[in-house]
Design a protein around this ligand. Structure first.
Ligand SMILES: NC(=O)c1ccc[n+]([C@@H]2O[C@H](COP(=O)([O-])OP(=O)(O)OC[C@H]3O[C@@H](n4cnc5c(N)ncnc54)[C@H](OP(=O)(O)O)[C@@H]3O)[C@@H](O)[C@H]2O)c1
Length: 284
């Protein structure tokens, strides 16, 4: 069986490749795709085949997908272009009749999450594609908070507009293991899996974990969305990025990332990485 991993040059995709190999998959049956040539060369050193894949260039998809039975479509990072790019990947998978696994977002088809629309569009394309597919609705990466955790440790404060909202984050490693398990099984065909960490946490809880690990005080400054945008711009973020970050916090405050039903830990056969363990490892 040949498995193609798109976005294998990125943080998540590289770990999916590693997880497949850790499960004894013959490297010659794995095609790791992406655009970054340096990252492709690093992947090739693991013995896997590599392919230039550009979601905006269908010929690269046809070349990479030749002989593929399964394709992991890791959602692209060019927000605003992704629906069209993902359609190209789905169309190419149809041409070789590969089954497809797609990394989406929590409750993508119904959520008001600012990032949901392109994932909803992609899931809609999959539904109408006739392909066998599985959707991995990944919640937030715990890694998204690396800067926040480091700053909390060094400055003793966290600025947020997420209120008491909880985040069911898990590490990329947790999600990568789940992707590998799903790719290597036919049991998940047709399923839409909501994946998140076992213990959703609030910013207050994050502050308390950092304080415990670091041995300092960490205070949480709760601000409104507008105040947050202004503060982020004051730190040098452009208006669009500041607005996006604050919009995500507003989504968190509304509870849009709060739910987790244990599906991720069931798939990987262990609890998801606890926040405290993650923070302790990050802060060394
Ligand atoms: N759940 C979350 O918290 C969260 C957070 C951030 C992102 N995401 C989503 O999850 C995806 C994977 O996360 P990550 O951390 O691995 O992101 P990442 O490190 O930024 O990797 C993104 C990957 O997508 C590939 N890519 C982007 N545009 C492409 C295009 N037009 N054609 C071909 N490949 C393209 C990149 O390839 P090259 O670098 O080789 O061009 C790279 O391999 C992201 O792309 C994004 O959709 C989720």
């Amino acid at each position: 069986m040949t498995i193609v991993i798109t976005g294998a040059t990125g943080h998540l995709g590289r770990q999916v490749v590693e997880q497949l190999l850790a499960r004894g998959v013959d490297p010659s049956t794995v095609v790791a795709g992406g655009r970054n040539e340096e990252a492709l060369a690093a992947l090739a050193s693991h013995g896997v085949r590599t392919a230039r894949i550009d979601y905006s260039d269908p010929s690269t998809l046809d070349d990479a997908f030749a002989g593929a039975e399964k394709v992991l479509l890791i959602s692209g990072s060019e927000v605003g272009k992704r629906s069209v790019q993902h359609k190209a990947v789905i169309d190419a998978a149809r041409r070789v009749d590969a089954s497809l696994v797609y990394t989406s977002a929590p409750k993508a088809s119904t959520s008001a999450l600012v990032l949901a629309p392109e994932h909803k569009a992609t899931e809609g394309l999959l539904e109408g594609s006739g392909l066998t597919y599985t959707v991995l609705r990944n919640n937030w990466y715990t890694e998204n908070y690396d800067d926040t955790i480091r700053q909390a440790a060094s400055t003793g404060s966290i600025l947020t507009s997420a209120g008491r909202g909880r985040v069911a984050s898990a590490t990329r490693r947790d999600y990568a293991e789940a992707a590998a398990v799903v790719l290597l099984s036919d049991d998940y065909a047709g399923e839409i899996l909501e994946l998140g960490g076992d213990e959703p946490w609030s910013v207050d809880e994050l502050a308390s974990v950092v304080a415990d690990v670091q041995g300092n005080d960490v205070t949480v400054e709760q601000v409104s969305t507008d105040q947050h945008v202004a503060a982020l711009q004051g730190f040098g973020l452009d208006e669009g990025t500041a607005g996006f970050v604050a919009a995500i916090d507003a989504n968190i405050a509304d509870g849009l990332l709060a739910e987790s039903d244990g599906t991720l830990s069931r798939i990987i056969g262990r609890p998801t990485t606890p926040l405290r363990q993650y923070v302790a490892e990050l802060l060394g």
